[in-house]
Write a protein that binds this ligand. Structure first.
Ligand SMILES: NC(=O)c1ccc[n+]([C@@H]2O[C@H](COP(=O)([O-])OP(=O)(O)OC[C@H]3O[C@@H](n4cnc5c(N)ncnc54)[C@H](OP(=O)(O)O)[C@@H]3O)[C@@H](O)[C@H]2O)c1
Length: 270
């Protein structure tokens, strides 16, 4: 059985640990590091998982999952460098950090797999994209995919596509939250109480997501099915098209991709 250590048990790190427990991993096969003792004690009380020092994590775990903020990566790499090697597996959940950064800073041959998860990991519905670094094998990728499938869906992409993934599924939940927020406002405009508008829209979003995820129909067909001739929906669609919502989404996601590329450049020569 693989022992997994999460380095930095914040929102994403905790969600992964919790998902792994729900997915059937035993607490004794999991470890985490955390710099605030109160937070560490709280997590151990909640999940029964031991908090350890990085050195202990590197000694005991087969998989080291780095889940600190990208700006906190330097001290973590400095600590890991003397402790890992080709026999370890380092998994980075850090947005924008290339596998080449890890490969430069860790001993030659250390396998690294880069992952772009998203916040629905908190409810076991993450969309994660994994990319192997130059020393990671198909077997390493399989270990990571198995681990992440406890907290949602997983896809493998070449690392060159990680900026697009970041813009699409990494930031994706925020676009849906924005849409839901705007639709609730529309309910208020039409005179509905906020709580009712919220319930109507959130459940519609859940229902639509379920139809998309569980059904076999393409989104275009699903949309056409609720767009009857001379009906209400087509009037709304005309306004969405008139206001360029489709073009706005294309431009927005392209801008997010460009920003991800820009942020990544900061680590090219680290
Ligand atoms: N949240 C998202 O939407 C999302 C989506 C995709 C990817 N990610 C990636 O996931 C990673 C974690 O994000 P998050 O939202 O979970 O951040 P977070 O809540 O700030 O969690 C990071 C945790 O790591 C701890 N930490 C920092 N340096 C440490 C060290 N040297 N040793 C041990 N613990 C350390 C932090 O402690 P302090 O509280 O002291 O800082 C914090 O508890 C990021 O790299 C982010 O890019 C996040």
């Amino acid at each position: 059985m693989t022992t997994i250590a999460v380095l930095g048990a914040g929102k994403i790190g905790e969600a992964l640990l919790s998902g792994l427990l729900h997915g059937g991993r035993s607490a004794s096969d999991l470890l985490f590091t955390e710099r605030h003792p109160e937070r560490a004690a709280e997590l151990t009380a909640r999940y029964g998982i031991a908090a350890v020092e990085v050195a202990d994590a590197a000694k005991r775990a087969d998989v080291l999952v780095v889940a600190v903020k990208p700006q906190d990566i330097d001290p973590v790499l400095d600590e890991l460098a003397p402790l890992v090697g080709p026999g370890s597996l380092v998994v980075s959940l850090c947005a924008g950090l290339p596998t080449s950064l890890y490969e430069r800073r860790l001993p030659e041959g250390t396998p690294v797999v880069r992952v772009m998860p998203n916040t629905p990991m908190l409810v076991n519905e993450a969309m994660s994209a994994v990319s192997p670094g130059s020393h990671a094998t198909a077997g390493h990728v399989r270990i990571v995919e198995e681990m992440l499938s406890c907290v949602g869906k997983v896809v493998e992409v070449p690392e060159s596509q990680q900026d697009a993934v970041t813009a699409l599924s990494g930031s994706g939940p925020a676009y849906f939250f924005f849409l839901v927020e705007a639709m609730i406002d529309a309910g208020i405009l039409l005179g509905l109480p906020r709580a009712v508008a919220e319930q109507l829209i959130v459940q519609s979003a859940v229902g639509a997501a379920k139809m998309l995820a569980e059904g076999s129909e393409h989104p275009v067909i699903l949309r056409e099915n609720v767009t009857s001739p001379a009906g209400t929906t087509i009037n709304a669609i005309r306004e969405l098209e008139k206001h360029g919502v489709r073009a706005a989404l294309l431009a927005a996601i392209e801008a997010a991709r460009d920003r991800s590329v820009e942020l990544g450049k900061g680590h090219e020569r680290d």
